[in-house]
Design a protein around this ligand. Structure first.
Ligand code: AMP
Length: 334
């Protein structure tokens, strides 16, 4: 079986965009690949954060992913495998300043920080070098495939370049070149401003929490913006497209087709579409929330299970580091 590697930052809540755009796909990939999924807490240190929130959010994300159907044996917490940081150092010596300066995510995020903090802006070196840590996340498990969206393509290309440089410098085809796995996943838009992607950073009304209360989810869908006033005649507005996209993502194709026929006939009532979307989303999230409560009732065991799976996954990372130490001329323990 080919190896798949993917990671997610412990950002707090998981929203419908994360679920349909990433996590649902991860769950499906487990059927055909050997999957390794990381909750990458080292990465969350690149932007300002509080220590107690980081630890809490890391475990929160672990529980969310398990509730969504990620198998515990496939899941690890990045900082429980400190070899990621070690390999990252080795790889950073094979990465140029120029390459890192060209990463668009660095430019976007440092700009975000400047806008927030003005003159007192502190842009940590971690934010600059985090694509190298990402390369280490991927290469340390010799991943064949990385499921990514277009926004991560640049970072994966950097990982491939670093792998190639390592192999060239140390004279061995050691790291395989990871391939992107582009799977078709929908892009979910903000219910409050459908010109933007659903995202936590825009604020509470811009994302629908996957594990939120059903009432709130229904309210958010019922008040979703359908008419932004900028749509050309005969074109479906982004807000309405988003509602149809959610119906499709929930797999309710019969309702999708019949409401789409109403839309084309000019007889669609947005209130009917929203009702159908609210029911479909509730049908998806309610069982997930129940699974989450079951897991939370057994918190201690679940945590122990993930500590153990992280230790198992760490063995693979340690093997890679033993070989990397040998190849790169670092001192050996024996
Ligand atoms: P983030 O926390 O924003 O980095 O997102 C984690 C994962 O969810 C990434 O794989 C994103 O591509 C995916 N994702 C985030 N927001 C959306 C969205 N609005 N629609 C679809 N996928 C999304």
């Amino acid at each position: 079986m080919k190896n798949v590697l993917s990671c997610i930052q412990p950002t707090g809540d998981l929203h419908l965009g994360n679920y349909f755009g990433a996590v649902q796909n991860w769950v499906r990939l487990q059927e055909n690949y050997q999957c390794t999924y990381g909750v990458v807490d080292y990465h969350s240190m690149t932007m300002p954060y509080k220590a107690e929130t980081l630890r809490e959010n890391t475990w929160k994300m672990v529980f969310y992913l398990l509730a969504c159907g990620i198998k515990p044996e496939n899941l690890f917490i990045q900082s429980l495998v400190p070899e990621h940081a070690e390999l990252s150092w080795v790889l950073s010596c094979l990465t140029s300043y120029g390459e890192l300066s060209r990463m668009t995510q660095f430019k976007d995020k440092s700009k975000q920080l400047e806008e927030k903090s003005g003159q007192d802006v502190f842009v940590g070196a971690g934010l600059f070098v985090y694509p190298v840590l990402q390369a280490a996340d991927i290469l340390i498990y010799h991943a064949d495939y990385v499921p990514i969206g277009k926004d991560q393509q640049q970072h994966l290309e950097l990982s491939r370049d670093i792998a190639q440089r390592f192999n060239h410098q140390f004279g061995k085809e050691y790291f395989i070149h990871p391939e992107p796995l582009f799977t078709e996943t929908p892009k979910i838009l903000s219910p409050a401003d459908p010109n933007k992607k659903m995202s936590k950073s825009l604020g509470e009304k811009h994302y629908i929490n996957l594990f939120g209360e059903e009432d709130r989810i229904r309210k958010q869908i019922k008040s979703a913006v359908t008419d932004t006033g900028e749509t050309k005649a005969g074109e479906m507005s982004p807000g309405v497209q988003n509602l149809f996209e959610l119906l499709r993502a929930c797999g309710h194709m019969a309702a999708f087709q019949s409401l789409m026929a109403d839309y084309h006939a000019g007889t669609l009532k947005y209130s009917d579409l929203k009702e159908e979307v609210a029911n479909s989303v509730a049908g998806l999230v309610n069982p997930l929330r129940e699974r989450l409560s079951t897991l939370q009732a057994d918190k201690r065991n679940v945590k122990a299970q993930i500590q153990e799976s992280s230790a198992e996954i760490r063995k693979r990372a340690q093997q890679t580091m033993r070989e990397v130490r040998e190849l790169t001329g670092l001192a050996s323990l024996k």
